[in-house]
Design a protein around this ligand. Structure first.
Ligand SMILES: Nc1ncnc2c1ncn2[C@@H]1O[C@H](COP(=O)(O)OP(=O)(O)OP(=O)(O)O)[C@@H](O)[C@H]1O
Ligand code: SF4
Ligand SMILES: [Mg+2]
Length: 321
């Protein structure tokens, strides 16, 4: 496969009191050129920390990238100088966050903030930047770019703000777009429109994308491959169709059962019993064993390895070793 970014054995910890607890435990993946990798898993399983690590934005302290390699364009992003990383961040790799208000500055107009991205990475003249800004806003489905450029973030609806964020992320024509829950804060129809837009932009701009979400429905529609995370580890990794047609890991099956469908809408929504363990309380053996309906004796003591069981389809579970 023609690789855009490759992450190998990433380990990240956070300090709590005087101890470090690992929250990302040996995560590896590979996103192909023009492909989308979906990352799913319950809250706290390490999705955002994995994404932030690629951008080298893990807050440190309390966080620390302990080891791993992130290869992008032939360089290891985890070992280059911060100055070199600044040229890549927001330029060749950019990121969209769940809540635009955390990334948009309330005291500047949207136009000022988009122009800053152009100034920082492209060194455009004012008229060039003005025309590119209007163009990019039209591309993300903003019909009246002039008004939006002169507006402050609070003067726009949530959906519009998220479009401005997407425009900012695309301003430098990134090779990789990381979208961390890009639409969760929005209502369902706006969400659907924005996801279609992201899918369209990914294809027309030939970007690779890492899409983080809780929503299995969104992944099935957007991703070429899916990585299922639990307690900081990869539990299953597969081409999207394989994962949805024949999920192997009991955790993936449980996640799929939580998707509401027309058939089960009158029944109670399925929930996975128990809670995700806190990083410092991750149980020995398989971290999922206290919640797994198929657990057996060995699961309590032996940590399962991630094994490739079919081409491109890996699973971490003793049932398949
Ligand atoms: N700044 C931080 N300080 C301390 N611990 C953190 C920090 N950021 C993340 N963590 C811990 O790292 C673990 C993974 O967090 P992360 O944000 O990656 O989860 P997530 O999968 O993105 O969850 P969500 O779906 O809720 O966004 C969690 O246990 C979280 O408490
Ligand atoms: S290793 Fe055991 S506890 Fe873990 S998912 Fe597989 S069957 Fe369940
Ligand atoms: Mg997150």
């Amino acid at each position: 496969m023609d690789t855009c970014i490759l992450c190998n054995n990433l380990r990240v910890s956070f300090r709590e009191h005087n101890n470090y607890a690992q929250v990302v435990r040996g995560v590896s993946f590979n996103i192909g050129h023009k492909k989308t990798l979906g990352i799913v898993g319950e809250s706290g399983c390490g999705k955002s920390v994995t994404a932030l690590s690629l951008m080298r934005l893990v807050p440190s302290p309390p966080g620390k990238i302990e080891s791993g390699r992130v290869e992008f364009d032939g360089t290891d992003l985890l070992s280059i100088a911060e100055k070199q990383m600044q040229k890549i961040r927001g330029n060749r790799i950019s990121m969209i966050f769940q809540d635009p208000m955390t990334s948009l500055n309330p005291v500047f107009t949207c136009g000022f903030q988009i122009k800053e991205v152009f100034d920082l990475h492209r060194g455009m003249t004012n008229p060039e930047a003005a025309s590119s800004m209007e163009q990019i806003l039209l591309e993300v489905g903003i019909p009246d770019p002039h008004r939006v450029l002169n507006s402050y973030p609070h003067q726009l609806s949530g959906g519009m703000r998220q479009r401005v964020m997407i425009a900012m992320a695309l301003a430098c024509d990134p090779k990789l777009l990381i979208a961390d829950e890009p639409t969760t804060a929005l209502d369902v129809t706006v969400q659907a429109k924005l996801l279609e837009l992201l899918k369209h932009l990914q294809q027309t701009r030939e970007m690779s994308m890492m899409l983080i979400t809780h929503n299995m429905g969104i992944v099935s529609n957007m991703a070429h491959e899916v990585m299922v995370m639990y307690a900081g580890e990869v539990m299953e990794y597969a081409p999207t169709d394989n994962l949805f047609d024949s999920p192997l890991h009991p955790y993936t099956s449980s996640l799929l059962e939580t998707i509401p469908t027309l058939d089960n809408k009158k029944k109670r929504l399925t929930v996975i019993p128990g809670d995700v363990p806190a990083p410092q309380d991750t149980p020995p053996g398989c971290p999922f064993h206290p919640r797994c309906s198929r657990a057996f004796q060995r699961c309590k003591s032996d940590h399962p390895l991630l094994c490739e069981v079919k081409p491109g389809h890996s699973v971490r579970c003793h049932l398949y070793e």
